[in-house]
Design a protein around this ligand. Sequence first.
Ligand SMILES: [Zn+2]
Length: 193
Amino acid sequence: MTEQQKFEHVGGHPLIDLVNTEVIQGSLRVDQLADNADVIAWLLDVRLITEGALQFNWHDDPTLLMQVRAFRQQMRQMLVAIVAEQPVAEETMKAINERLQHWQAQPRLIRCDGGFEQQWDFAFLQPAHLVAKLAEVAVNFLTTINLIYVRRCGNDECIRYFLDTSKNHSRRWCSMEGCGNRMKARAYYAREK
Ligand SMILES: [Zn+2]
């Protein structure tokens, strides 16, 4: 991935942003997670991991990319179902729970303003530990988000999803700068014809 192609986080939740790492550019489907380095860069970018917690040689790991892509595909299918107002499949639940079995974190007591807090210390020793972290993100998504506000971008040629947190829940585009402007321009030219 080149420097100017930074990840965009328009989904409103890291689970949606994970699915949104597949985008349409021009008319091509582009996978922004092209190699292990992209996966790690994305995880750092959304602050799901810290560099210090990465304790294996991920550069040369033969399965990291494959495992993350496989989970992402299952999450895409889940979003497709949610947007179609269908129940989340048992298969999906199973996929999430299987990944969670590799969840690796140690609770730690820390001081905070006038009291105490619990913090989780992570140690990622293998790809499955990273995917377990993604599975936990899926749990957070399903347990805290009102799923009726999950939308697919109104641009038919776009495959991004987002959480519509706008006041009257009328957001239509993954981003105003991208699809919003493009669709407005298209509507304008259609009127001018
Ligand atoms: Zn879009």
